[in-house]
Design a binder for this molecule. Structure first.
Ligand code: ADP
Ligand code: MG
Length: 365
C-alpha cells in the first residue's frame, strides 16, 4: 500500500479509536470537538468545527440523546417500541407509536415502494431466521428451506402498513419490522438536524458504513474514504458537499460462511435468501435514509437491475463492486470519485441511469 492510501485510512482509524471527548486545535479559532457514541453495533463519531467548546458539547449531547433514543426505540431484537409494535402487528392490533417512529415508518414505506420491494424492512422474520438478530454473527447451518419458503409465501411488505397520524397497523400479520437497512442513515439525518438547530454549521457524523456532513471542514470539504472490501486499503475518496451523506452496504461486514458460500445479512425479499454476487454498494445523496435504503436495495437488485432501481428510488450517485472485483459507477458518482494512489483498484465502468423509469404508485396512509 502506498503512503497516500495509508495516510487517508489511518486518519479515519485514529478518529474512531480516540473515543470519549476530544478537542484539538490545529490553528486559530475554536478547536474541533469529537465524541463517540454507540448505535446498532457501530461506533458513531461526531466531530464539530468552528464553534466554541461549550456550544459543541451542548450540541453533541443532544446528538447523544438522539442516538440513544434511536437505539432504544428502533432496535429490532431488544425490548422497546419496535418490539411492542411487532407484537401488536402479530396480534393484528393497531398501536400508537412515537411520532418520530411513525414518520420513519412512512419514509421506509415510501422508499420500499419505490425500490419495488427490494428494500423492505417488513421482512424481520426472515432476517431473524437467518440468524442476524444477534450481536454476534450466525454460526452453523442456514435455516431449513421450508421455514424460508413459508415466510416468503406470507409476503410481508412495508406497503401492508397503514399509518394514520401516529397509529400504525398492518393488513398482514406476517409483517415484522427490522429497520436495520436505513435506521443508521435516518438517525444520522436527525442528528445532523439537531446539530444545525444547536448552532453548529460544520460537522461530520461517521458511523462505519455511513457518513453524513453538514457544512465543510473550514476552507476544505469533508473528505471520506470508501474502504476496499477485498483488502486493507481504500477504493476511492469522496469530498462530501455540505448536507451530503454517503452510505455503503455489502457482504463483507455482517455475514457468515457455510460450505464455501458467503451468506450476507442483506436478504432478497423475493427469495428469502441472502443476496449473492455483490460485494458493496455505496450511495451518495442529500438524504441519509434514502442513501442507506438504496445501498441495501441495489445490493439486492444485483449487477443487471441496479440502474433502474436507483432511478426509481431517485438516487443518482452510486458505486457498485461485484464479487469478481469489477467496479461500476454512475456518471454522477464517477465525477466525485478520487483515486487515492492515482489509480482505482480496477477500471471503473461508467453506467448511466435510465431516464424513463416509471415510479410505482404508493400508499398514502
Ligand atoms: P449495515 O447495517 O452494514 O449498514 P445495511 O444498510 O445493508 O447494512 O443493512 C443491512 C440490514 O438491513 C440487515 O442486517 C437487516 O437487518 C436489514 N435487511 C436485510 N435485507 C434487507 C432488505 N432486503 N430490505 C430491508 N432491510 C433488510
Ligand atoms: Mg442500508
Amino acid at each position: 500500500m502506498s503512503g497516500a492510501r495509508r495516510a487517508l485510512l489511518a486518519a479515519a482509524l485514529i478518529a474512531l479509536a480516540a473515543g470519549g471527548a476530544v478537542a484539538t486545535n490545529m490553528g486559530n479559532g475554536p478547536p474541533d470537538v469529537r465524541e463517540t457514541f454507540y448505535l446498532f453495533g457501530t461506533l458513531v463519531e461526531v466531530e464539530t468545527r468552528g464553534v466554541s467548546e461549550d456550544t459543541a458539547h451542548a450540541a453533541i449531547a443532544q446528538v447523544g440523546k438522539r442516538l440513544e433514543a434511536a437505539h432504544r426505540d428502533w432496535h429490532a431484537w431488544r425490548p422497546g417500541e419496535l418490539e411492542n409494535l411487532n407484537a401488536a402487528i402479530a396480534d393484528q392490533r393497531p398501536l400508537v407509536v412515537d411520532p418520530t417512529l411513525a414518520e420513519l415508518l412512512k419514509q421506509g414505506r415510501d422508499l420500499s415502494c419505490a425500490s419495488g420491494g427490494l428494500f423492505d424492512p417488513a421482512i424481520g422474520a426472515l432476517i431473524e431466521a437467518w440468524g442476524f438478530h444477534a450481536d454476534t454473527l450466525p454460526e452453523g447451518d442456514p435455516p431449513p428451506e421450508a421455514t424460508v419458503d413459508d415466510l416468503v409465501a406470507r409476503h410481508p411488505r412495508m406497503t401492508d402498513l397503514r399509518i394514520n397520524g401516529n397509529e400504525v397497523r398492518s393488513v398482514n400479520p406476517a409483517v415484522q419490522l427490522d429497520l436495520g437497512a436505513y435506521a443508521k442513515g435516518a438517525a444520522l439525518d436527525l442528528a445532523a438536524r439537531d446539530l444545525r438547530a444547536a448552532g453548529v454549521q460544520d460537522a461530520v457524523l461517521n458511523a462505519g458504513g455511513g457518513v453524513q456532513v453538514i457544512g465543510s471542514h473550514g476552507a476544505r470539504p469533508w473528505r471520506v474514504a470508501i474502504r476496499d472490501p477485498f483488502q486493507w486499503g481504500v477504493v476511492a475518496a469522496v469530498a462530501l458537499r455540505p448536507g451530503e451523506a454517503l452510505h455503503t452496504s455489502g457482504n463483507y461486514e455482517r455475514y457468515f460462511d457455510h460450505d464455501g458460500v458467503r451468506f450476507s445479512h442483506v436478504i432478497d425479499p423475493r427469495t428469502g435468501r441472502p443476496m449473492q454476487g455483490i460485494v458493496s454498494v455505496s450511495v451518495l445523496d442529500t438524504s441519509g435514509a434514502r442513501a442507506d435504503a438504496a445501498a441495501t436495495a441495489l445490493c439486492v437488485a444485483g449487477r443487471e437491475d441496479w440502474p433502474k432501481v436507483a432511478a426509481a428510488m431517485g438516487v443518482r450517485s452510486v458505486m457498485m463492486i461485484t464479487d469478481d472485483g469489477s467496479i461500476f459507477a454512475t456518471p454522477e458518482m464517477m465525477a466525485r470519485l478520487e483515486a487515492v494512489d492515482g489509480d482505482f483498484p480496477a477500471p471503473v465502468q461508467v453506467v448511466p441511469l435510465p431516464e424513463d423509469v416509471a415510479r410505482p404508485s404508493c400508499p398514502e396512509n
